[in-house]
Design a protein around this ligand. Structure first.
Ligand SMILES: Cc1ncc(COP(=O)(O)O)c(C=O)c1O
Length: 380
C-alpha cells in the first residue's frame, strides 16, 4: 500500500494469526527481546502488545524523552502494576504524603499485606537527607502535588534515591510531559493517568509508565499477568488527544495564571495556591524546573464548609466533577472528594481545610472563567 494511514488505525483484534507455527514462536521470542534490542516485534495477543497501543506508547515515550512506554487501562493500573513489578516482601517505599488518594490507599491498605513497609513524608520533609537516612527500595512522589500544588526539587530527590540504590518513580500527571520531563532530572520511571491531560477530553481512561526498556521489561511481564493493558480504541483516542496536548496545556496554563491572579486580588479569597504566583513557597523551584506553572489552581475561600459548598454550587461554567487536566474546567472541594478519607489532623497539616476549592482550568476563555468565579464570589 503506497498510501499509509496518517493516524494509526484501530487494530481491533484480540489475537493475530501467522502462516506457520514457527513464525508464531519467533514472534513470541521477539516480544521479550525487544526490551534488550529495541527492535519492533510482531503482535501476537493484545494483552501482550497491540499495534494501536504500541503506536501511542511510542508517542508518549517520545514526549517524556524516555526509551519506551507501556500503556494501561487506567492511571491506577499503571501505578499498581509498576509497584508490584519491583517490590518484594521486606522492601520499604518512601512516599510523599500528598499523593493521589488511590495511590495512598494502595500503599497503605494493599502493599503492607505482602510485607512491604511504606512510610510517608510531607513535601517539606521528603529531603535528600531523609532518603539517605531511610534507604528505601522505592522513592515515590508527585510534583506539583494535589491540591496545594507544592513543587519538589526533582533532581535532588532522584540523585539521593540513586545514592542509596532506590528506584525513583514519579507520577507526572499534574505537570504533563509538556511542562516537565522527570527522566531528564534523573527519575527512573514516570507514571501517568492518561485519563487527565494526555487524553484531554474527559472521555477515556488510561495510564502509562515511561522509562528505560531495562526497567519496563518487568513491568511488561507484570502487565501481562495482571491484565490491565490499554484497550486499542482508547489508545487511538489518547493518541489523537496527544496531538493537541502542548497547545491545550500551554493555553490552559496561561488561563490558570490569569485566574490565580484574579483570585489573589479578591477580598473573599484568603489564600491562592498556584506555583506561578511569586507568593507560592515553591515559585523559584517551579520556575527552574517547569516550562509553565500548570493547569490547576486551588484557593481558600473566606467561608466555612457550607459557604464553600454554596460558592461551588453557584458556579455555572465550571463543572462539579472529579478529574482534571481536560478541555472542560472542573471544580472540586478536596475535603469532600480527593481527601474525603484522609484523617483530619493530616488534612490540617497539609493545609486542606473545608474552605479549600480546587480548580482544573480547561480551554474556555479566561474572561469566561473569571466572570463565573466573580459572580459566584460576589453573590449576595
Ligand atoms: C495524580 C493522579 N495520579 C493517578 C490517578 C489515577 O488515575 P486513573 O483515575 O486514571 O486511574 C489520578 C486520578 O485522579 C491522579 O489525579
Amino acid at each position: 500500500m503506497a498510501g499509509r494511514p496518517l493516524h494509526p488505525p484501530v487494530w481491533w483484534s484480540a489475537t493475530f494469526e501467522f502462516d506457520r507455527s514457527e513464525e508464531l514462536v519467533e514472534a513470541a521470542r521477539a516480544a521479550t527481546r525487544r526490551f534488550e534490542t529495541g527492535t519492533p516485534a510482531e503482535p501476537i495477543y493484545t494483552r501482550w502488545d497491540n499495534p494501536t497501543v504500541r503506536a501511542v506508547e511510542e508517542a508518549v515515550a517520545a514526549l517524556e524523552n524516555g526509551e519506551d512506554a507501556l500503556a494501561f487501562a487506567s492511571g491506577m493500573a499503571a501505578i499498581s502494576t509498576t509497584l508490584l513489578a519491583f517490590l518484594r516482601q521486606g522492601d520499604h517505599v518512601l512516599a510523599l504524603s500528598t499523593l493521589y488518594g488511590g495511590t495512598v490507599e494502595l500503599l497503605t491498605d494493599v502493599l503492607p499485606r505482602w510485607g512491604i513497609r511504606v512510610t510517608f513524608a510531607d513535601p517539606d520533609e521528603l529531603t535528600p537527607d531523609l532518603i539517605r537516612e531511610t534507604r528505601p527500595q522505592v522513592v515515590y512522589v508527585e510534583s506539583p502535588t494535589n491540591p496545594t500544588l507544592r513543587v519538589l526539587p526533582l533532581r535532588r530527590i532522584a540523585e539521593a534515591a540513586h545514592q542509596v540504590g532506590a528506584l525513583a518513580v514519579i507520577d507526572n500527571t499534574f505537570a504533563t510531559p509538556v511542562l516537565q520531563q522527570p527522566l531528564m532530572f534523573g527519575f527512573d520511571l514516570v507514571v501517568h493517568s492518561a485519563t487527565k491531560a494526555l487524553g484531554g477530553h474527559h472521555d477515556v481512561m488510561g495510564g502509562f509508565v515511561v522509562g528505560l526498556r531495562h526497567w519496563l521489561r518487568p513491568i511488561w511481564d507484570m502487565r501481562k499477568l495482571l491484565g490491565g493493558v490499554m484497550d486499542p480504541m482508547v489508545a487511538f483516542m489518547v493518541h489523537r488527544g496527544l496531538k493537541t496536548l502542548a497547545l491545550r496545556v500551554f493555553h490552559q496554563c496561561e488561563t490558570a495564571l490569569q485566574v490565580a491572579r484574579f483570585l489573589a486580588d479578591h477580598p473573599r479569597v484568603r489564600q491562592v495556591f498556584y506555583p506561578g504566583l511569586p507568593s507560592h513557597p515553591d515559585h523559584t523551584v517551579a520556575r527552574a524546573q517547569m516550562r509553565a506553572f500548570g493547569t490547576m489552581v486551588s484557593f481558600a475561600y473566606d467561608g466555612d464548609m457550607a459557604a464553600t459548598q454554596a460558592l461551588i454550587d453557584r458556579l455555572s461554567v465550571f463543572h462539579r466533577a472529579a478529574s482534571l487536566g481536560g478541555v472542560d474546567s472542573l471544580v472540586t472541594q478536596p475535603v469532600t472528594t480527593s481527601h474525603l478519607h484522609v484523617d483530619d489532623t493530616i488534612r490540617q497539616r497539609l493545609g486542606i481545610g473545608p474552605n479549600l476549592v480546587r480548580l482544573s482550568i480547561g480551554i474556555e476563555p479566561a474572561e469566561t472563567l473569571i466572570a463565573d468565579l466573580r459572580q459566584a464570589l460576589e453573590a449576595p
